[in-house]
Design a protein around this ligand. Structure first.
Ligand SMILES: Cc1cc2nc3c(=O)[nH]c(=O)nc-3n(C[C@H](O)[C@H](O)[C@H](O)COP(=O)(O)O)c2cc1C
Length: 250
C-alpha cells in the first residue's frame, strides 16, 4: 500500500506511478486527516510506501501525526519518497525517527510554493518532470527488488533549515488570514472541491478558509482565474499544478 499526500499533484503522480510499477494500491492521506482511532498494521511480507511534499525542509506536521498510527511488523518492507522543488533538507531523517524505513528518496519536482518564490520556467518544469519520471523507474525497481537504499538530496545548511526554519514555518507561516480573492473570481467552486482538507467553503459565491489549512497551496495554484492571492506577493507570480504533458521536452 502506498499512502500519499499531494496539494498540486506532484506527489500523487509519483505515488500512482510507483504503485502501477510495483502492483501496489494507493491511498490518500488527506482522507485520514482529522480522523481519530486510525490504526494501520503492516504485516511481514507487506510493503508500505509514503509519498509526500517537503514543507520548509521538513515533513508536513499532519503527516508526522498520521504516521504515529502505523505499526510496521518485522519483515515488512517500507519506503518513503518526498517531492521537493529544490532540497529535501533533513525531512527523511526526521521521518525515519518515527517510522522504520528501508528506503528513502527525494525527487525534485516543479516548485509550487508561490508564496515564497515564482514558479519554475516552462523549461525547468519540463526537465524536472522528465527526470522525475526516470527516478520513478529507478525507485520502482528498488521497491520490487526490496533493496535498501537512501538517495535524498539534502541541500545546504540542512540542520538550520530543517529545524529552525521549519519550526518558524509551523508556528507562524501556516496562516490563512493573508488569503484573499479578487473580483475576477467566477464562483466556480473548484477551490472548495479540490481542497484536500475540506477547509474551503463558498460563502456568497466566494471562498472562505477555515482552520484546517495545511498550506498545500492547491487552491491558489489551481484557481482558473488566478483570483486567489496570498498577501500581495502572489499577484505577479505564476501558478503551478501538475500536468504530465508539461514533462515533454522540446
Ligand atoms: C508550504 C510549502 C513549503 C515548501 N517548502 C519547500 C522546501 O523547503 N524545499 C523545497 O525544495 N520545496 C518546498 N516546497 C515545494 C514543494 O515541496 C514541491 O513543489 C512539491 O513537489 C509539491 O508537491 P505536491 O504537488 O504533491 O503538493 C514547499 C511547498 C509548500 C506548499
Amino acid at each position: 500500500m502506498i499512502y500519499y499526500f499531494s496539494g498540486t499533484g506532484n506527489s500523487k503522480w509519483v505515488a500512482e506511478n510507483i504503485a502501477k510499477n510495483t502492483g501496489e494500491q494507493t491511498l490518500n492521506i488527506a482522507d485520514y486527516i482529522n480522523k481519530k482511532d486510525i490504526s494501520i498494521n503492516i504485516s511481514a511480507g507487506e510493503v508500505i510506501g509514503i509519498v509526500f511534499p517537503v514543507y520548509a525542509w521538513s515533513v508536513p506536521e499532519f503527516l508526522m501525526d498520521f504516521i504515529k498510527n502505523i505499526n510496521i511488523e518485522e519483515g515488512a518492507f517500507s519506503f518513503a519518497v518526498c517531492t521537493c522543488g529544490d532540497e529535501a533538507g533533513l525531512s527523511m531523517k526526521k521521518l525515519s525517527k518515527e517510522i522504520k524505513l528501508n528506503c528513502a528518496y527525494s525527487i525534485v519536482m516543479p516548485n509550487n510554493y508561490i508564496i515564497g518564490y515564482d514558479v519554475d520556467t516552462e523549461e525547468e518544469i519540463a526537465k524536472k518532470i522528465y527526470r522525475g519520471k526516470q527516478k520513478i523507474e529507478i525507485i520502482s525497481n528498488k521497491v520490487r527488488e526490496r533493496k535498501d537504499e537512501w538517495d535524498v538530496s539534502i541541500g545546504s545548511n540542512a540542520f538550520l533549515k530543517s529545524n529552525l526554519v521549519s519550526f518558524l514555518f509551523n508556528k507562524f507561516a501556516k496562516n490563512t488570514k493573508p488569503f484573499s480573492v479578487d473580483d475576477t473570481c467566477i464562483s466556480c467552486g473548484l477551490c472548495e472541491k479540490i481542497c484536500p482538507t475540506d477547509n474551503i467553503t463558498l460563502i456568497d459565491g466566494k471562498p472562505v478558509w477555515g482552520s484546517k489549512c495545511v498550506m498545500c497551496l492547491a487552491c491558489i495554484n489551481r484557481c482558473p482565474q488566478k483570483a486567489i492571492q496570498y498577501g500581495s506577493s502572489t499577484r505577479n507570480r505564476g501558478r503551478y499544478y501538475f500536468i504530465e504533458k508539461q514533462g515533454e521536452l522540446k
